[in-house]
Design a binder for this molecule. Structure first.
Ligand SMILES: [Zn+2]
Length: 292
């Protein structure tokens, strides 16, 4: 799909067609708008981003008299990162529309924001985002910094899968810092005594897809995941090494921390060639978000 078919999530709400995908065709156990997979919007007639090749010169969009465009490109990029970056942002997908709110406790690696209370939180200031719609040239230069210069924090793990549908690959790959608060509901890989199949087939499918989605985020530098489970302790501990096999595919982040759900969790699990470090709950390190 050409990249012009999808829109920047901050500037334009994505009104998505009501259509079912392969994920939604799986049996549903719960009714929640957060579980309904969104789909990409209709194609845009003209790409918002100016193509970088064969020439970066786009004279018809640039006001050559502007002092801004007399600055070196590198300086302008620093300006865009400064203006658009530095936020901790939660994605939300209410009613199949990709949206966001700004974290209320950005100083913490794992904040206390609640996804169901998103209406009480604020979005990025329109004045900040208005930079992007100034002109096509600025949009093309600056849009990547909306993703690369901010921290993204998912409060609902299934959003991982939907992001690859809703965001351009270039935007998804621009994300460098990602936090996930990952609540376990139906335990993946669990088979009830006497059973032959996964008890929670949908959750198992989402679990596998989520780890694959993380592995495909090529720009990810700093990934911290906090697994939360309050129901399945014995079963989790028995399945823990299998549950954590997905980390071995996530090779890109230089900083990669997974906080396991239990004090009895095993820290010496195989992480392959990744930088993954396991921690027990309460032992996570609150760190400044590093510059990556
Ligand atoms: Zn938050």
């Amino acid at each position: 799909m050409p990249h012009s078919h999808r829109s920047p999530f901050f500037c334009i709400h994505l009104h998505l067609p009501h259509r079912r995908s392969s994920i939604s065709s799986l049996p549903k156990r719960r009714k929640s708008s957060q579980l309904d997979p969104p789909l990409p919007p209709k194609p845009r007639k003209r790409a918002l981003t100016i193509p970088r090749s064969p020439s970066t010169s786009i004279p018809y969009t640039i006001d050559q008299s502007s002092i801004l465009f007399r600055l070196p490109l590198e300086i302008r990029r620093q300006i865009w990162a400064e203006v658009l970056g530095g936020y901790v942002i939660h994605f939300i997908i209410p009613m199949r529309v990709l949206s966001h709110f700004v974290c209320s406790a950005p100083e913490k690696v794992m904040c206390g924001c609640r996804i169901n209370e998103f209406r009480s939180y604020g979005k990025m200031a329109p004045k900040v985002l208005s930079v992007l719609v100034t002109c096509r040239q600025i949009y093309s230069e600056a849009i990547e910094y909306l993703y690369s210069a901010n921290t993204f924090s998912l409060l609902y793990s299934n959003h991982l899968i939907h992001l690859s549908t809703l965001l351009l690959p270039a935007r998804l790959n621009a994300i460098r810092i990602l936090r996930i608060r990952w609540a376990i509901r139906g335990l993946p890989y669990y088979i009830r005594p006497g059973g032959y199949h996964f008890t929670f087939r949908e959750d198992t499918e989402y679990w596998q897809q989520s780890w694959r989605a993380l592995a495909q985020m090529r720009g990810l530098k700093d990934l911290r995941i906090r697994l939360v489970d309050t129901v399945w302790q014995n079963q989790w501990l028995q399945l823990e090494s299998r549950l954590m096999e997905g980390v071995k595919e996530v090779k890109t982040p230089r900083v990669f921390e997974v906080v396991l759900p239990y004090a009895e969790s095993e820290l010496a699990l195989d992480v392959g060639e990744t930088a993954c470090v396991f921690r027990r709950p309460g032992k996570e390190v609150e760190q400044e978000v590093e510059e990556v």
